[in-house]
Design a protein around this ligand. Structure first.
Ligand code: PMP
Length: 345
């Protein structure tokens, strides 16, 4: 049975967080002399709202949850790091990842001196829930499930996530960075039933705000209260909060861009499949394609010479010969196909 108290580090449970005069006050005032700011207006002379109240309210509405279930980080990468710092005793705890997957789960674990247990996806990139649960021991605090998975592009079915969550006493982190590129169900619908499911999304992909660094966590109020204690007080800067609010208020522009990317993904997939040098284009629910080439020895350099920077994933298990290609604008995608047409093994 999941009990949050059992997975929190003792020092974090004891922690009295940094507090500011604005923790409980966000109303109008005529004089702000509590934070040693410079009073002269530069547009950013004031600290941002440490609790990102407006942004959380907006995200909560879009995601169909309560603001108290929304956490905002300086990108999802900050959230991954916070999850380790809140739950994993350095040198003792471990986390489970399912390669080939997003690299930061393991890098962040290493930084925090947390051991990683790798349970590889099956060759068809599906999750082996039984093997994952068999790898759990008493020091396992986190299991990372990436859906759609980077770099393979496939979704993890909701029932597989439920199986893992209902048989694990730690936290299941479902990374849905690419969820807006698919019409399949999000694990957000599970957070009420499973307090040990924490969903991560981001404004870096479908929302087009990678440079603003806005990551979104959706989970239980109790877990979020602990994460709030540990995060840097002003972890999301004022400009990013404003840019995020502007974008979130223009759902039509968002939908239009996502539609183009999804349409282009399918076009690119069909075009790449026609090429002699391509062995396989994997199906994708994300904004990228994993493509297996017959020979990648010189391909990566060839693309660079054409001014195209792609991501080489060919050194990883199950991804031998694979390059990951992000779906670009229609012009960029055409350039890519044209370039690959010039490549001969
Ligand atoms: N999760 C996955 C699966 C990703 O692929 C990425 C970015 N490549 C991230 C998280 C990081 O997102 P953010 O920009 O919000 O830090």
């Amino acid at each position: 049975m999941f009990n949050l108290n059992n997975i929190l580090r003792e020092n974090i449970k004891r922690l009295k967080p940094y507090s500011s005069a604005r923790d409980d006050f966000s109303g109008e005032a005529s004089v702000w002399i509590d934070a040693n700011e410079n009073p002269f207006n530069t547009g950013v002379n004031r600290y941002p709202d440490p609790h990102q109240r407006e942004l959380k309210a907006c995200l909560a509405q879009i995601k169909g949850v309560k603001p108290e279930n929304v956490f905002i980080g300086n990108g999802s990468d900050e959230i991954i790091d916070l999850l380790y710092r809140v739950t994993c005793d350095p040198g003792k705890a471990n986390a489970i990842v399912m390669p080939p997957t997003y690299g930061m789960y393991a890098v962040s674990a290493e930084i925090n001196d947390v051991a990683i247990t790798k349970v590889f996806l099956r060759e068809d990139f599906s999750v082996d829930a039984e093997a994952v649960l068999a790898a759990v021991n008493e020091n396992t605090r986190l299991i990372f499930v990436c859906s759609p998975n980077n770099p393979t592009g496939n979704l993890v079915p909701i029932d597989v996530i439920e199986t893992i969550a209902s048989n694990f006493d730690g936290l299941v982190v479902v990374d849905e960075a690419y969820i807006d590129f698919t019409t399949s169900e999000s694990a957000v619908s599970l957070i009420e039933k499973y307090p040990n499911i924490f969903v991560m999304q981001t404004l870096s992909k479908a929302w087009g705000l990678a440079g603003a660094r806005v990551g979104v966590g959706i989970g239980s109020k109790d877990l979020l209260a602990v994460m709030d204690k540990v995060k840097a007080p002003y972890n999301v800067n004022i400009l990013s909060q404003q840019v995020a609010l502007n974008s979130l208020n223009d759902i039509e522009a968002f939908n239009a861009k996502v539609d183009i990317i999804v349409e282009q993904r399918d076009w690119l997939s069909a075009e790449l499949s026609k090429l002699d040098i391509v062995e396989k284009v994997y199906p994708s629910d994300a904004n990228f394609l994993l493509v297996k080439f017959k020979d990648t020895a010189n391909l990566f350099q060839f693309l660079l010479d054409c001014g195209i920077v792609a991501r080489d994933r060919s050194k990883e298990k199950w991804c031998e010969g694979c390059i990951r290609l992000t779906v670009g604008t229609p012009d960029e995608n055409e350039m890519l196909v044209k370039a690959l047409n010039q490549y001969f093994i």
